[in-house]
Design a binder for this molecule. Structure first.
Ligand code: NAD
Ligand code: IPM
Ligand code: MN
Length: 348
């Protein structure tokens, strides 16, 4: 199996390095090929994602990405020209973002509730579509529009995926999160699609919540959620919040999936390039390692995925959370654990 690796910017290469340590331990048959895309390449050549590279990436079974974005590059150039371009070109319509509070991890709440939810974030539409523009730029009458694009096709396929996931989870619960009280056009489409697809899934209990109140309940009562399905922007915001509630952004993994499998799916931590800690060797690589678990699941290697998760679970249950060790120390521990009995035992 062929894996394309895009380490990217800031802490991206630091955490990807550790994720690859773990991957080579657990699945030495997977061959990684590195692609140097990101701020450095843009500065030296002006390139973001050359067509030839995109063509090569398409020939891989999956992609592992670190993070993109750098303070030396104007905001949006790398994010849109590289990361979102990959998600759009490769039709990553399901952006899967689990959030689980692992034993031993303290969330910010005084009580430690059980949290095991997954956000199914739409990945190719919504306000990310790039439709809109600036009129009368640099005049006092300037107008900026950013149009949220929601197609019946796009909404239906992500809603179907979310129902299928909910159906396969013990609690069989799905919450549509939107802002139907204000975004009445898109809200109407999302609500109708959820209602229609729910008829095919009588086993799944469905409810609806406005996105603003979801931010309250994610903090005060996160246990109530099982599967959340939502649009691209709401999903972006809610998953940083869900990460904070389940031990921090350093633990949050994601998969950008083309469920049809026509294109390689891409796995990456939810976090960004973290310029504030880049180069210090202190970024937590756990999110990148858990992204490898999602990748292994996607490649049809659930046992290997469970081994990686078990290693993370063991490490989180036993690590000194005040002083977890640096990026490579955590990676070394996890790499040792995936091949040891301790890592395997916790999966039982
Ligand atoms: P960020 O996620 O990079 O950082 C937010 C905060 O979390 C920072 O304080 C950072 O130090 C901390 N943090 C992030 N990852 C961590 C880790 N593994 N361990 C410990 N602490 C960690 O978000 P930001 O600061 O808003 O964005 C920085 C840059 O990253 C921007 O250019 C942004 O566009 C980009 N970005 C990229 C992605 C991506 O590539 N998927 C995601 C988010 C942001
Ligand atoms: C994420 C990031 C990206 C997003 C940015 C960098 C384009 O915040 O992966 O969560 O908004 O999707
Ligand atoms: Mn984000």
């Amino acid at each position: 199996m062929r894996l394309a690796v895009v380490p990217g910017d800031g802490i991206g290469p630091e955490v990807v390095n550790e994720a690859l340590k773990v991957l080579s331990e657990v699945a030495p048959q997977i061959e990684p090929t590195q692609y140097d895309l990101g701020a450095a390449r843009w500065h030296s050549t002006g390139e973001l994602l050359p067509e030839s590279v995109l063509t090569e990436l398409r020939e891989h079974d999956a992609i592992l990405l670190g993070a993109v974005g750098d303070p030396s590059v104007p905001s949006g150039i790398l994010e849109r020209g590289l990361l979102l371009r990959l998600r759009f070109e490769l039709d990553h319509h399901v952006n899967l973002r689990p959030a689980r509070l692992y034993p031993g991890v303290r969330g910010p709440l005084s009580a430690q509730p059980e949290v095991d939810l997954v956000v199914v974030r739409e990945g190719t539409e919504g306000p990310y579509a790039g439709t809109g523009g600036l009129l009368r730029k640099d005049t006092p009458q300037e107008i900026a529009t950013e149009v949220s694009v929601n197609t019946a096709f796009g909404v239906e396929r992500v809603v179907r995926d979310a129902f299928a996931r909910a159906s396969n989870r013990p609690r069989r619960h799905l919450t549509l999160v939107h802002k139907t009280n204000v975004l009445t056009h898109a809200g109407s489409l999302w609500s109708r699609v959820v209602e229609e697809v729910s008829l095919e899934h009588p086993e799944v209990a469905v409810d609806y919540q406005h996105v603003d109140s979801t931010t309250i309940h994610l903090v005060t009562d996160p246990s109530r959620y099982d599967v959340i399905v939502t649009d691209n922007l709401f999903g972006d915001i809610l998953t940083d919040l869900a990460a904070a509630v389940t031990g921090g952004i350093g633990l949050a993994a994601s998969g950008n999936l083309d469920v049809s499998r026509a294109n390689p799916s891409m796995f990456e931590p939810v976090h960004g390039s973290a310029p504030d800690i880049a180069g210090k060797g202190i970024a937590d690589p756990t999110a990148a390692v858990l992204s490898v678990a999602l990748l292994l699941d996607h490649l049809g290697e659930p046992e290997l995925a469970r081994r990686v998760e078990a290693a993370v679970a063991f490490d989180l249950a036993t690590r000194d959370h005040q002083n977890p060790g640096g990026t490579s120390a955590v990676g070394d521990r996890l790499a040792a654990l995936v091949s040891s009995a301790a890592g395997t035992r916790t999966s039982a």
